[in-house]
Design a protein around this ligand. Structure first.
Ligand code: DGJ
Length: 700
């Protein structure tokens, strides 16, 4: 006898049919009342030349029952028990969550499927656990979470990238076959962000039905979207397990990472709004009412050249510009003269800092700023005291040559002594010095990550989480940034134990526009580290006016990444101006609803953030405008019946080679109604390529 389980949130319904196995009948817009005939109205025909039975696209599709696409579970016992088929034995459900227990009494496996629908954000999270009920070992090769998509999800938007070019998007048709992404880099990676969107034809920022997915996991993963030959479609995501990585003994359990997903009726804006709500309420742990301090990070300013007197000068200049937290990046610890040495030796370099770190920290604090320090705990250089003492702590496979990456190696965090050493070092630094913030870096991929000879990405990732958890339990006030050569480790699970991401090592404001937009679909602005870099970008050598740099950094968690001592006074004033602007709008930027508007000129990015009574909109001209005159800015997210006071906040000083005369409203305050703003819009000035303006709307 089939039963129906109905999970409900503010705007969303998830209806599950429970027969032999649970199967989602509907996931999307809210259904107030489920029809009594739903089981009949959703019954599928059996087509010719196929199996004589209907095969459900269940919450864990089984090869053994005739699901010929990617199964949700794969594994074996020395070649046996490789095609399990389950029966539901128990289930529990409430309005917001359901737990199903399934058993295969032949293969002796038990599955537990947990699915939760968060009321406020409409975000679904799902994970599966498998337990081995038999005394012989079960070799699990795959356990993934599957969620179905409706037939009108015809297009995909996927993510790709590389170092200094994270979060690039790619659109593709989704009508036959599918898409698959496999990440074997041992960290979340720049290349394969574990997220994707599927939606109705031509979905865009503001329109269309879209389903969004993110796997919260910082190790290897597999993410796929498939269209079955019968037209049904689904997304599946889970950890990518290396051969032999998970071997379950009697009564041992393996659980997948959480898969987060949501459905929107209002294009990508609806997706980011839901993910942001969820992340703010359930993932981010940040002291309430504490504004996110504006940073100055020393990396692009001085690299490895550390002179405490000079650093204190930098700090004074930073404070004058309005910086609130000063972070000493790489180069402060003993023997760290460049990239090739000293990782692992987390002791102050007393040659560089003969009077200790205390005078620098005191100076920073006296300037009214917090102090932060860079570390890269998971790494070891061969040229280090630690390596000379503990070469056996390297994560590698004995008998093979382990290649270096940035001339460094990964430490095996599953080795208890190594774990304890790192905890002791970090904890001692946090106890000895007044450090409010750690920039936690991770600059290489895992190759042959072996622990006692067996594959260990899963173990390494969990040990990293445990190290962070232990450190935060001991030093609950410290804030941590997740950095991994920029944006190589950005995901929901690491965010549970960190407070901010360094979005990219690319500080080129033009590149950042695309990187930050991609990231903004999943993460709210307050966790997106965005810094004003030098006028000539260190990664691209492209030069940008301060307007473009300031406006691009302003919309995230703002900072500055250069040597303020070397910057001319005029430029410093400009930094101070953008920092002040950021602080003025910080409460809105860091708590409001983010959105993007479709631009008629596809060389423009239009994005904004709104609360119930105000709104900031940034228009960035990425390249030469497509037409001689810009299209009016039509703002769809205003209340049609409300009135707004509209002001220009910021625009580039240049732009006068493309425009002889500016619209006169730029120097005035306009009063405009919501329906005018939505339908007629606001005529904008002409922007130079690579420049940006900002408009403020206040509801009156
Ligand atoms: C890579 C990071 O992404 C940079 O910001 C910087 O911290 C360097 N590592 C330091 O080695």
């Amino acid at each position: 006898m089939s039963q129906i389980v109905h999970l409900c949130s503010k705007n969303c319904s998830l209806i599950i049919k429970l027969a032999r196995v649970p199967e989602i009948l509907h996931w999307g817009n809210k259904i107030e009342q489920i029809d009594e005939d739903i089981l009949l109205s959703t019954e599928r025909p059996i087509s010719q030349a196929r199996l004589d039975v209907d095969v459900p696209l269940s919450l864990c599709p089984e090869l053994g029952s005739g699901h010929f696409n990617a199964p949700g579970i794969e594994g074996h016992r020395n070649g046996y028990d490789w095609a399990p088929v389950f029966n539901t034995t128990e289930h529990y459900s409430s309005e917001s969550c359901a737990v199903f227990t399934l058993r295969d009494d032949v293969a002796n496996l038990e599955l537990k499927i947990e699915i939760e629908l968060d009321y406020d954000s409409d975000v679904v999270k799902k994970r599966i656990s498998v337990t081995n009920l038999e005394h012989s070992k079960y070799y699990l090769t795959k356990l993934s979470s599957t969620l179905p998509l409706p037939h009108h999800a015809n297009e995909l938007m996927t993510f790709h990238g590389r170092w200094s070019r994270e979060f690039q998007t790619h659109r593709q048709a989704f009508s036959h076959g599918g898409f698959m992404q496999e990440n074997r880099r041992g960290r979340t990676s720049h290349e394969n962000f574990p997220g994707l969107f599927a939606g109705s034809n031509n979905f865009d920022q503001q329109n269309g039905q879209v389903w969004g997915f993110h796997l919260g996991w910082s190790g290897n993963h597999q993410l796929r979207a498939d269209v079955k030959s019968d037209g049904r479609r689904f997304v599946q995501a889970g950890e990518l397990l290396l051969a032999g990585e998970v071997r379950l003994d009697y009564m041992q359990t393996y659980s997948t990472p959480w898969l987060y997903a949501c459905a929107s009726n209002t294009g990508l804006n609806g997706i980011s709004d839901r993910f942001h709500r969820y992340v703010r309420a359930n993932i981010i742990r940040f002291p309430e009412n504490k504004p996110r301090p504006v940073h100055l990070n020393t990396w692009e300013g001085i690299y490895f050249e550390h002179d405490p007197e000079y650093i204190m000068k930098m700090a004074s200049e930073a404070a004058e510009m309005g910086v609130e937290r000063f972070i000493i990046d790489d180069g402060w610890f003993v023997g760290r003269s460049g990239e090739r040495s000293a990782l692992g030796d987390w002791y102050l370099d007393e040659k560089k800092y003969p009077n200790g770190l205390e005078p620098v920290i005191e100076h920073v604090n006296q300037q009214g700023m917090e102090f932060g320090l860079w570390v890269e705990p998971e790494m070891i250089s061969k040229d280090s005291i630690l390596y000379r003492e503990h070469p056996e702590w390297v994560l590698e496979l004995k008998g093979y040559h382990q290649p270096s990456g940035r001339w460094q190696y990964v430490l095996n965090l599953q080795n208890k002594d190594c774990f304890n050493y790192l905890f002791e070092r970090l904890s001692e630094l946090l106890t000895r010095y007044n450090i409010g913030y750690l920039k936690w870096d991770m600059n290489r991929e895992l190759v042959q990550p072996g622990h006692v000879g067996r594959p260990a990405v899963n173990g390494q990732t969990k040990a990293l989480y445990a190290l962070l958890d232990k450190l935060l339990a001991t030093h609950p006030k410290v804030e941590i940034e997740s950095c991994s050569s920029g944006g190589g480790r950005i995901d929901f699970e690491i965010l549970k134990r960190t407070h901010r991401f360094w979005a990219s090592d690319c500080n080129d404001a033009l590149e950042r526009q695309t990187i930050q937009r991609g990231m903004s679909y999943f993460f709210p602005p307050e966790v997106m580290g965005a810094h004003i870099g030098p006028d000539e970008s260190h990664t691209t050598r492209r030069c940008h006016h301060i307007n473009m740099r300031g406006m691009t950094a302003l919309s995230g968690h703002m900072g500055v990444e250069l040597d303020p001592v070397k910057v001319p006074a005029e430029e410093k004033q400009a930094f101070a101006h953008y920092i002040a602007l950021h602080k003025q709008y910080r409460p809105l930027l860091h708590s409001g609803r983010s959105f993007r508007l479709n631009a008629s000129d596809n060389r423009q990015h239009i994005s904004g953030v709104q609360s119930d009574d105000e709104m900031l909109i940034t228009v960035c001209q990425l390249a030469m405008p497509d037409y001689a005159l810009p299209a009016p800015l039509r703002i769809s997210c205003v209340e049609p019946g409300a009135s707004y006071q509209v002001n220009l906040v910021e625009m580039p000083e240049t732009s006068f080679q493309l425009m002889k005369q500016r619209p006169s409203w730029l120097d005035k305050t306009l009063i405009l109604s919501g329906d005018n703003l939505r339908e007629i819009g606001l005529t904008l000035p002409i922007l130079d390529p690579e420049s940006a303006l900002m408009v403020h709307l206040k509801r009156i």
